[in-house]
Design a binder for this molecule. Sequence first.
Ligand code: TRP
Length: 454
Amino acid sequence: MSDLNGQAREQWATRLGFILAAMGSAVGLGNIWRFSYVAGESGGAAFLIIYLLAILLIGFPVMMSEFMIGRRSQSDAVDSFHKISPGRPWFLVGGMGVAAGFIILSFYAVVAGWALRYLIAYITGGLWNTPSEGYGSYFGGFITSYQPIAWQFVIMAVTVGIVVMGVKKGIEKSNKILMPLLGILIVILAIYSLTLGGAKEGLSFLFKPDWDAFADPNVYLVALGQAFFSLSLGMAALITYGSYLPQKEKLPGAAGSVIALDTAFAVVAGIMIFPAVFAFGMDPGAGPGLVFITLPEIFNNIGGLGIVVGLLFFFLLVAAAISSAISLLEVCVAYFMRKFSMSRRATTIVIGSIIFLIGIPSALGVDPDAPLGGLTLIGGRGFFDSADFLASNIMLPLGGLLIAMFVGWTWDKSEIMRESDFGQSKLGTVFRWVLILAVPVAILAVFINSLNQF
Ligand code: TRP
């Protein structure tokens, strides 16, 4: 395969490199920051159960479909659909994916910027002592100022720098050591958090469902959105990554390991956060600032060494965020690079700048007291929440619905069996029917149930 410039299309160096890159995309702020605040706002255990169901029933088949489309087409988000189904409107699914990439990265870089700001404060001394106003107001003061824009800018600049270097040199290498380290650190912190005195309450919040919560349709929408967000699904990011895969890879094992790791990260992050939330008498429904208030409390509690732990933690969180940000940017860059026959370098810089600009209102619109806090869009949400809601809870599940339908409904049976690497097994048949029926019905049911959210 060659691209328009006649160069051979890049490929992953190794199968492990591909799996690690997909894991790098999946594991990020979604597992720690977004999972814990969304679970906290949506009642904890009931949310967790629905989230796990969504991952198994919808996440796995959609991830398989994205890998299959990418590997088969060896092309970007939009062209993949053109190639496999010429002259049909399916390419619009890829177009929506690219649009979702712009929106998600625009606010993702803002939150990654917060993490970077905390990292620097642990290095330079800003967080060596408990702020006199408390961690809550410390965070509040920060997000209601103009400062987040500067940090968001730094994150975008670093992400652009890595994506400019291309798939192998940039994306594949950046994550091999840092992710295992982050995994080890959150396990240690989770164990420590259990000793803080809030273990009983924290664990029952996370694992003992309040059955009434299952009656709230909104919890389903939020859990579905979180499953898509955390697994990097629904916007062709994994189509793009799958397209750098040589034909012979086995997909179910790859998808299964990405999903297992991503889910483990989220659950461990929950065990790290919620016991501490209760130990320090905080509100689990505190919103997007939850981990930025809870974690410093934990580190503070550790004593002198806590500064080092805080530093290490935010360093690894920033690294995980950047490896995810890369995949968001790569979707947009891969598309526009081909579309306008532009160099990777120029495309990345232009697209990165546009995404930075789109993110500014999010940076200034998280909190009602922030400079743009008064601006409300979808269902009374502020700018940041509206961007997140639209992209994560609507565009990603809708994209996933259409991706599953594209494979299930337009590929014939033998193609699905072959391209999924399930072969002529029972599993292959089940997989096919899940794509044809279960995924579309489940996603539509959640959508219809939550029409009141707009
Ligand atoms: N999954 C990442 C996280 O959990 C975020 C992310 C990266 C993403 N690429 C994506 C989300 C593509 C949706 C689609 O932090």
